[in-house]
Structure formats: C-alpha cells, structure tokens
Design a protein. Structure first.
Lengths: 429, 470, 344
C-alpha cells in the first residue's frame, strides 16, 4: 500500500503540481515512526516546519543537537519501565518553499532498549512544540515482533503527502498505546516496487523520447509485477484453469481478456474521475468490486452445475467427457478474465490521473495500455506454466485419481465461494 | 494486502490526485481584525424536549418534564454541563386557549464555584456521596417562581440542582444525589432539576436519510447514552386547570422556552442592558424536523405562541408538510391531499370538533374546556394534554394512533414513540384511522435504552459511561 | 501438484478475508467541541453525501476551527465543503452563504463578505449568524451605522457569546470601554466552550491593560504558537519596552518578511513598515488598503504612514477620521499625538 502513496508523492514532487507547503506556511508537522525489534525500539521522528516557523527558528545549530533536545519531549513507557531514546542519526534538509523561503525537515533516528520477551504494553507520546498547529502522526510496526493497537503505515508517507479527504479530519495523534509480543512482524509492501512506480509517474512529467520509452517499459514491468502479487482474480483464474483442464490457448485467452478489460476500465474510470468528484470514484470502485465478485460467483455457479452433471455422467461409466461444454467453458474463461480486469489497479489509475493532471492524457493512455500488457504477460505466463506443469506431472499422481474426480467440483465450489466473498467484501468496504 | 488498508489507500490516492491540481489555494493569515466566535453553539439554553402526562402513581397530579442541553457526552472526564446563569428557563401553561401563558414556572440559576479555594480545575475532589458533600466543588442552585399574570410567587428558593454525573468514581450512587436534589413545592408538588439520560429515543438518521433519500439504515438509538439537563415538576391538576377546576376544564397547553437578556447599543444609556428575548422554544416533539424548516427555524425559536397564527410560513408548513412529499418521492406513498386540516388540529388547535376540523373526536383542545371563551381562542403550536384521560395500564407506544388515548398527541409520555407517531400522522393516519403499513416500522427504535422509573421524576438516571465505549 | 492449487487458493482467500482491520490508535487526542462538531458532520455526510446543509455547516465549522487553532488548512477545507454545498444547492442556500461570508471575512475580503452576508440575510432573515457575517464585514469596511443596525438585530435575535463579543468590539471602537467590559463579561457568562471562554478572558485582559511583564509573557507565548505579524509586533513592542531592542527588531523583521514575501494583510504591513521599515513602503501598503475600505482602521494606517514620511499636515485629516467614532486605542492615540505634536 505504500506503493500508492509513493506514487502520489512522486507525482506531487516531480510533477511540479504543488509548490507551496502542503499545509500552511505556519504549520509544524510531526511524524513518529516506531519500529519494534525483539531487543529494541527504533524511532524515526520527522519534524516538517513550514516557511514561517523555519524563519522563526534562529537557534538551530545542528541536527544532532536538536534531536537530542527533541528527545526530551518524547515519553515512552513499556509496562512500568521508562524508555530512553538515544540519538543515533540526525539529518536536516531545507527544501525551498513558497517565495523562495526555506522550509526545514528534521529527521531524527533514535534507539531505545526494549526486550520483547513476552507481551509488553507500550505507551508513547510526543509533546514536541505541542502548541504549534500542524499534523501529528504516529505509526508502529513490528520487525520479527507482533504489534497491535496502532497503525503500521504512515498515511502521510512520513509527512510528504497530506491526504485531504474532507470527510476525515486532519490527524492529530499525540500518543499511542500498543501491545508488542514475540511473533510475526508487520507486513510492509515491497519498497522497490514503490520506487519504480514513483519513477514511472515522475517520468510522465518530464517527457523526452528516451524517457518516454523508459516509462512505457517501466509500466510494462509494473503491470507484470502487479499481476505477480497475490490477488483473488489471479488465484481464481489459476484454480479455474487447473480445474477445467484448460489448454494453452485458454491461458492466452484469459490474459488477453484481462488486458482489454483492465485497460478499458482504467481509461473509463480515469476519465470519469478527472471530471467528477472524489466520492463518485470511490463508489465506482466499490461497485466494480461487487460486479467482479458477482461475475466470479456466477461463473462458479455455472461451473458447479456442469461439474455436478459431468460427475453424474462419469458414474454411469461414460468416462471423461472431454467433448462437452466447450462453448460454456470459453464463455467462462472470458468471464473470468473480465472479472480479473474489472477492478482497476489503483497504481494504473494513479499513473493515468497523474498524466491527466499534467496535461499529457494521451501518454497516460499509452502507459495504461503498457501496464495492462504487462499484467497480461504475467497472467498468461502463469497460466501457461500451470498448464504445462499439470500436463507434465499430472500423471505421476495417478494413484490420487479418485480424488482428481472431485477436483472440478471442488474448484467450482471454491470459485463460487470466492466470488461471493469478493462481492460481499466490496459491498461492506 | 488487508482490505481496509487497501481501500483506504485507494481512497487516499484518488483523493490526493484529484485534489492536487486545486490545492494551491493561498492560505490566508488569521490576524489583524477581531475575529470573534460566529458559529457558537449555545446548547445550555436549547430546548430539546417537553413531556406532559398524568402521573401514573399519583393520578391527581400532572408531571411536566422539559429537557435542555442535548447530546451531553458522559465520558467520565471532567465534563460538566452547567445551566446558564444568565437565562430564564420557563415551563408555560395555557389553559384558556388564548396562546398566552396563564402560568409560567420560571427557573433561574446561580453558580456556587468552590474550586478557587481548592486550587483544582476538577468539579469534585474525591467521591461525592451526598449533595452537600464537601468534595463537590461546583454547585448550582436555582430559584423557582410561579408567574400568573402580574403575580409572582416564589415556590423554591436556593434549590439544589443535581450536578453532572462525572463518572462512577466521583458519584458512586447517583440515585441518592438525585433524591436529595428533589424538592417539595408548597401545595403538594415536587421538582427535580439535574441531569438525566435523554428520554427521547429515535434514530436521528431517519431524518438524515429521508432527506438523503434512502431509508434503509435505521434501528439504532442515536441518543443512547447521552444525557440532558432536565427539569421535572409534579403538581396537582387543580394548580394547572383553568379556574382550578380540572373537571370542567381538563385541557392544558404546555410548552417550554428559554430567555436571555439582550444588549442595547444605543449610546446615552446608563447601561447597555436590553430586554429578555426568547432564544428557544419547544412544545410538540420534532417540530423543527416535521413542521418547521431551516428557513423559519430561527424565526420560530424567537416566536411566541400567541403570534403563531400570524406567521403564514408556519401555517403553510403545517398545511403542506415537506415530510409527506419526501416520503412520496422515496416510497411512492402518495402524500395526503393538502391543506392538511388534520395536522392543523394535531399541532395547532388540539383535537376537537369545535374548530371545524376533520377529526371527529373531542380530545385535547382548550376549546373543550367549559369555561373557555371560544372568541379568545388562538391556534398555536403547543403540547396539549387532557388531564381527565385515565392512565392506561399497558401503554401503547403509538399513543392515540395505537388506540391508547393517554399517549401523544394527547400530552406526551416518556415512552411514546413520537417519531413513528408523527411520521404516521403526517401520512394521514389520524384522519383515516389506519396506519400506513409501509412505514409501520418507522425508525425501528421502539423504546429507550434505559428503563424509565415508576415514580417521580420517572426519567432515567444519567449515564456515566462514554457513549462510544458501549 | 496441480491438485494442491485449489488448496492454495483456499488458503489465500481465507488469509485475505481474515486480515485484521486497520486498528484505530488509542490516541490521546485533544478534541474541542468544534472538532467534535466537525466529526459528527463528517459522519453524517458519509451517510448522506448530498446533504447541502451539512456541507455548509461543515464549511462554517472549519472557518471557526481555523480561527481557534490558527491552522489555515481549515480554510481550504472550508472552501471545498462550501463549494460542495453550493454545488448541491446553489439557490437560497443561506447556510452556505453564511459560511462563504465567514470565510471571506477571515480572508479579509470584506466586500465579498458583505455581499455573501447580504445574500445570507435575505435567505435567512431571522438568523443571527447571517447578521454576524454582515456585522464583521461592515465594521471593517467602515460602515458604522450599517454595522450597528445589523449588530442590534443580531443581539435581539440571539443574545449569546457571538453577539456579545461583537457588541464589546463595537463599544470599544466607540470608546465605551465600560460597556465593552460588561459585554465581554456577559459573553463569558454565556460561553459554552473553553475556546469561547479563552477568547473572552483574553480580550477582558486586553481591555484592562497588561503590565509589560504580562505582555512579554502573553505575546511571547502567542508568538511561539502562531508567529502572525500582529502578535509579532505586539511582542516586539513589549521587548522594546523591556530594553531588549535587538530581540524586538527580530520580531519586526520576521513580521515584515512574512508580509512582503507571502502577502497577507496590508493594514498590518503598513503599520509595521511605518514604525520599523520604509515610510514609502508603508504608504504604499496603506493606500492599497485605503482604496479597498475607508474605515477607522485604514484611516489610522494612512495617518501613520503619512506621518512616517513627514507629511503631518496630510496625516491629520486621516487621524481625525480614525478617532471620529470615539476609538481610543493606545496605539491610535500615540499616532495622533505624534501628528499633532509635529504640527504644533
């Protein structure tokens, strides 16, 4: 999910849309990112000062000294024990703000000892410059430690981007309470992918032939990697191909359908969103999610019916009915592809909207097309791989034959279930 | 990827992108000229509800309950919801039907703040077990006067208002405090002033949704767990009835209002003091939602009942309620024919055969009082109670529409489901005698979450748990 | 092998559905009643996004939040919420007109605010807030009689903290300091939120006058919170009196830098430039504001900018106008004495 924020940030930063400080030139914004390790807590503390407080701040000498001072306003207790934050790194940058005035972004890296052997309750509060207006955000992530009770992801991307949804209030979180215990860490989306997306959007802003080709290639890669991430559409498609004894042609068909549906979907939604309000976009995504889920469920239902019928036939000794239901199957595959591509990938959408915002709509369209092709490539490749794996190794499992007879039925039921699940979730979300 | 995050992100990403282009609005500086509060809520003087019913355990008396300061969140912290000390809290009775109060029970407050000595900002330092506990540092006292024309009688002096319930640690037994805050009135009455759990139950979202166009999301008591400031007063029926005779003159009109003194800017005066003006008024429940509208709401709050009939906009709203038209749009249930003489009876005259109205019953209009001069009768919006209607053993939440003549709109009991009743009434149920089936479930909140008491002051004890902790 | 795939799929599906909801932090956030109001409106709008009145109220609440928190991001939020309200209901949307007017007043676009105020009053003739928008705009535009009429109407419609604080300002501008105090005391008595009470107490203290130590403390604290030009100048003045001219100079410089680079209020800029900068620049600022509105405030700025440029004879008529209502602000009187002194 960090990916998308990076995308947005990349666009804002490189696209040159926003010049003034995202909030006001009076604000001082705070972010504390806690990472809990089995033996310690690391804290990245960012203070983002807008133009005027930066001007006003005459006492600033060096970042390390400031970070040491800042530590005094941090208060953390692990059960009954107070945590002491030591500065291990400090950095300050002064990005130019409005009217050529500097702003200041101070980043302090602290460490505090905290052995997480059993369950430990931690409270953390930050009262630095508590009277100044500005955002305040705190996140807590576990690294090989399970944490609960606080958000893990920064919604401002560590004070680089400030969501401005009118129906949510600006963050003013000055304290958190969370529980840490030995266990699995917090899953964070791969960073490299995010960087790549950022670059792709950034490229849109500054377009030369080389850059253009680069951006197209990058979009291909992005699409391919998006499709490689786990998702229900793909899972279901795989299950379907496996269960319905698909051929290589089927795999290609699904890939093509996904690409066409996805590209068309992104284009339509993107153009819609760029002329309509935010709320419309949200609900469209939701209804598309519902539609996609229902489509999958319908296909599951049809599959289930034909699987039940064909099992019936087999019992009567007709053997494997390879010949029946080909038309049905093809329609099912296309439907599956449509379902897989119906909900636009947010990153593709962002690429397109970014391009629109920068006045390069046509290039955005090309990028989305490339993105879809990338997706299709992965999906088709996965499908092909599956089919050939099955063809090659399938016979070795001959002794599981009787179970194999249940597979189409099981697959169909699963597809139905997942479809219903997807639709319900989209509806509830 | 966890769904919720993913969706939130989509939302965030899309919102940010769409807004980015328009975000370069120069931020204005807040400075230089005096910027005074403008959108200042004034909940301490805002009426929320009025109830009037024959006391079930003392049928020779009537209990009047009026609430102010809605939506008090009892979140355990040092939250206090004081009565305004510069206002008059009035409960008005009109028994002769001229829309001018014959009797006004007027409550005024002063504050006894002992925190200065104790050097604390808390309202109590330690548990409060009685109303005179030294730990109780913020106290409010009230005077109750009865105003009849030019005559003013003092009924209670130095009455103690029960304090806001700041939590179980501060008030281990609020019921005791409430009993101690109940005072006797000369002539055989009693009065309670202090917080209570909001007796009104409804899904406020009904109105959101009616106006938003989707009546699906109902059945949550939106006021559950919130407290209000309550004045409850129980007096003999003889004290309220015209000529002191509830047999001949059983009907009374009831409404409450709040007044605050204004300022006069004219130079040359010794002090800038101005007269008291009415800032809030309430008789029938939900009158702002069902009858009034944004455009006349402000005027209505300042309007005295005697002038109601002169405000054409108000009469128009009763005769052609927007709610009926909204329901027609949403449900396709045709709105009854206008003008709505039946609603005029319910809201403005009381149900009677003597005003030429369509409802063939004599229930609760002052015109049915034997000693009322019909020439002086003035239609006005107030809650009308026939004190001679016997107490129903098993009350029906739909009141008169449910065949229970003791319920709303004949006065109002705490458990009357006024939302559902008014929606049905607006759909014409009072005229047809039939409930509109599609709306029969109404807001699907059919009772309050806290049980009402069976003796005075009947209202629920104030909640002391944070609303969102439930 | 391929038979394991459905199993895998099932696992994935279960994992995806069972992933935890984003936990809300048990945050110790400080929420004011205004903030709570904004949040309940947001909740309402999530249910019924087509509610024009709720959007308008949200917008007006953001204007109020900007005033209280000094966080101008609320202005852009207000603007967007009000735009949405007016998109949904462009005609007769009195509540949105009020919000628009309040926003324009906050941005010192007083003639725009007057227009919105008038539209608000015609849509909601009995609404005190609509009158309040008009009072603020007319006061700043120098229409004293118009402002008085609207203020009296506001007081009669809704005596309360909003009208009493405005009455106090009215009395102050007319030199009726006792009445101003009484009005502020009444405002304090009827205030229902801490922000409102703080506002009343602050201005009661301003009326009473502060010792220089108190001024150092109060304005120093305010500047640390919100380094707005107004507060910087007041803090600078206190520093000057305390014999700390170098620090005082820093405050004036910071104020001037802000006003020159980021724009803002030309009235304040004129006064600071006249005292601590370039008289020609001061006059430029003052004339710019005078062209927009001829009020006691701009008259004083004109007078003082002219006086700074040694044009006392031209300054006097402006100074006369500045005190015509009876305004006895110490700064205004200081300007006037200097002008009269150099004419003697």
């Amino acid at each position: 999910m960090r990916v998308f924020l990076l995308v947005v940030f990349g666009m804002l930063l490189m696209g040159g849309v926003a010049q003034a400080h995202p909030l006001s030139n009076l604000s001082v914004n705070h972010y504390d990112g806690l990472r809990v390790f089995p033996d310690r807590v690391e804290l990245r503390s960012v203070v983002d000062s807008a133009e005027i407080p930066t001007l006003q701040d005459r006492d600033f000498v060096d970042a390390r000294k400031r970070c040491a001072e800042r530590a005094k306003s941090l208060n953390a207790m692990a059960d009954e024990q107070e945590l002491r934050f030591e500065v291990h790194d400090a950095d300050v940058v002064r990005p130019p703000g409005e009217a050529g005035l500097p702003t200041m972004r101070l980043t302090c890296e602290y460490t505090a000892l905290l052995p997480v052997r059993g369950e430990v309750e931690v409270t953390f509060s930050d009262s630095y410059l508590k009277d100044k207006p500005g955002w305040r955000e705190i996140t807590v992530a576990g690294v090989d430690v399970a944490v609960s009770g606080a958000p893990a992801e920064s919604i401002t991307n560590e004070l680089r981007n400030y969501p401005s949804d009118l129906l949510s209030s600006p963050l003013d979180v000055r304290a958190v309470r969370f529980v840490a215990q030995p266990g699995e860490g917090t899953v964070v989306a791969p960073g490299a992918l995010g960087e790549a997306t950022k670059a792709a959007v950034g490229l849109v802003g500054d377009l030369t032939p080389v850059v253009g080709i680069g951006a197209v290639l990058l979009s291909l890669v992005l699409g391919a990697s998006h499709a490689a991430l786990p998702g229900h559409g793909k899972t279901v498609m795989a299950a379907y191909l496996a269960g319905s004894r698909g051929t290589r042609r089927d795999a290609l068909l699904v890939g093509a359908t996904v690409t066409i549906t996805h590209t068309a979907g992104v284009l339509v939604l993107g153009l819609l969103l760029s002329v309509s309000s935010v709320i419309a976009g949200e609900s469209v995504l939701r209804w598309l999610g519902v539609a996609s889920g229902l489509l999958v469920a319908v296909i599951g239902g049809v599959l289930l019916r034909s699987a039940v019928r064909s099992r019936g036939r087999e019992r009567h000794g007709h053997g494997h009915g390879h010949g029946h239901g080909h038309g049905h199957r093809r329609a099912g595959l296309v439907g599956m592809g449509v379902a897989g591509g119906l909900v636009p990938s947010p990153s593709a959408l962002v690429v397109l909207l970014g391009a629109i915002a920068l006045g390069r709509t046509w290039f955005g369209v090309i990028l989305v097309l490339a993105y879809g092709l990338g997706m299709a490539a992965t999906l088709t490749a996965a499908g092909l791989l599956l089919v050939s794996l099955r063809d090659r190794f399938g016979h070795r499992f001959a002794r599981f034959r009787k179970y194999a007879d249940f597979t189409p039925l099981g697959t169909a039921a699963l597809v139905l279930l997942v479809g219903v699940g997807l639709a319900t979730r989209a509806l509830a979300g | 990827m966890p769904t919720s995050n993913k969706q939130r992100l989509r939302r965030g990403a899309i919102a940010a992108v769409v807004v980015a282009a328009a975000a370069a609005i120069p931020a204005a500086q807040a400075s230089s000229h005096r910027e005074a509060p403008l959108i200042a809520a004034d909940p301490a003087v805002d009426n929320t509800d009025v109830y009037a019913f024959t006391s079930p355990d003392r049928p020779d008396t009537v209990t009047l309950v009026a609430n102010w300061f809605g939506l008090q969140e009892p979140n355990g912290g040092p939250n206090f919801y004081p009565w305004a000390t510069d206002a008059r809290y009035d409960l008005n009775i009109d028994a002769d039907g001229d829309a001018v109060p014959d009797k006004t029970f007027r409550f005024t407050f002063n504050t006894d703040d002992r925190r200065g000595n104790a050097k604390t900002f808390l309202y109590n330092n330690g548990p409060v077990t009685s109303i005179n506990d030294d730990n109780l540092l913020f106290r409010q006292n009230y005077s109750l006067e009865l105003i009849e024309g030019n005559k003013t009688t003092s009924l209670v002096r130095g009455g103690r208002a029960a304090p806001s319930n700041t939590g179980p640690a501060s008030f281990p037994n609020f019921a005791t405090i409430r009993d101690q805050a109940t005072s006797k009135i000369p002539g055989g009455g009693q009065v309670y002033v202090g917080p209570s759990e909001d007796s009104f139950f409804l899904d406020l979202r009904v109105f959101d949704l009616l106006y938003g166009g989707n009546l699906k999301e109902v059945n949550q008591d939106t006021l559950m767990g919130y407290n209000v400031n309550t004045i409850a007063i129980q007096v003999p029926k003889t004290m309220l009835a015209l000529k002191g005779d509830p047999k001949r003159n059983p009907v009374i009109g009831v409404w409450s209002d709040t007044e605050r003194r204004t300022l006069k800017l004219d130079p040359g005066k010794a002090t800038p003091q101005g007269p008291f003006v009415q800032v809030s008024r309430l008789g029938n429940p939900l009158v702002n939602e069902v009858v009034s509208s944004a455009n006349i709401k402000d005027a209505f709050n300042g309007l005295e009942p005697v002038n109601d009939a002169k405000v054409q906009a108000l009469l128009d709203r009763v005769n052609d309620p927007e709610l009926a038209r909204l329901i027609q749009q949403i449900y396709g249930i045709p709105a009854p024919k206008t003008p709505r003489a039946d609603l005029v009876e319910i809201f403005l005259t009381g149900i009677t055969t003597k005003a030429g109205g369509p409802i063939k019953a004599d229930l609760n209009s002052q015109l049915n009082n034997a000693d009322v001069d019909p020439k002086r009768f003035a239609p006005s919006e107030m809650l009308r109670l026939n004190m001679s209607t016997p107490v129903t053993k098993d009350p029906n939440r739909l009141g008169v529409l449910g065949g229970d003549l003791q319920g709303f709109p004949n006065g109002r009991r705490l458990a009357d489901d006024v939302v559902d009743i008014e929606i049905q009434a607006v759909e014409g149920a009072a005229l047809t005698g039939k409930l509109v089936p599609a709306l029969a479930k109404g807001d699907r909140v059919n009772g309050n979450d806290v049980r009402f008491g069976d003796k005075f002051p009947y209202v629920g004890l104030p909640s002391n748990r944070a609303v969102n902790s439930r | 092998m391929w038979k394991t795939i459905p199993l895998l799929a099932a696992l994935l599906a279960v994992a995806a559905c069972a992933s935890p909801q984003a936990a809300t932090p048990a945050a110790a956030t400080q929420t004011s009643s205004l903030q709570r109001n904004a949040e309940s409106l947001q909740a309402k709008l999530r249910r019924t996004p087509a509610d024009a009145a709720a959007w308008a109220q949200l917008g007006a609440t953001h204007v109020e939040l900007a005033r209280v928190t000094f966080d101008p991001q609320h202005y852009s939020r207000a603007e967007r919420a009000l735009t949405e309200s007016l998109r949904l209901k462009p005609e007769g949307n009195g509540e949105a007109f009020i919000g628009r007017g309040a926003l324009a007043n906050a941005r010192h676009e007083f003639s725009v605010a007057r227009d919105w105020g008038q539209r608000a009053v015609s849509a909601l003739p009995d609404n005190a807030q609509a009158q309040g928008v008009l009072v603020d705009a007319l006061t700043q535009l120098g229409d004293d009689s118009g402002a008085s009429v609207a203020l009296q109407r506001m007081l009669d419609l809704r005596p309360g903290v909003a009208s009493f604080t405005r009455a106090a300002y009215h009395f102050e501008l007319h030199g009726r300091l006792d009445d101003a105090r009484e009005a502020l005391n009444r405002a304090l008595e009827s205030a229902s939120s801490e922000e409102e009470k703080d506002f009343c107490r602050f201005h009661l203290d301003e009326l009473k006058g502060r010792t220089n130590d108190e001024a150092l403390q109060v304005y120093g604290g305010l500047v640390a919170k919100v380094p707005s030009p107004d507060y910087l100048v007041k803090y600078g003045r206190a520093l000057d009196k305390a014999g700390r001219p170098a620090e005082a100079r820093q405050q004036y410089d910071l104020a001037l830098q802000q006003l020159r680079l980021l724009g803002g209020d030309d009235l304040t800029a004129a006064l600071i430039a006249a005292d601590h900068g370039d008289p020609a620049e001061a006059l430029r600022f003052a004339e710019k504001e005078w062209a927009k509105r001829q009020s006691v405030f701009t008259a004083d700025a004109m007078a003082w900018a002219l006086q700074a440029g040694k044009r006392s004879a031209e300054a006097l008529p402006y100074s006369d106008k500045a005190v015509a209502l009876g305004w006895r602000d110490p700064e205004v009187l200081r300007h006037r004495e200097a002008i009269l002194g150099s004419l003697r």
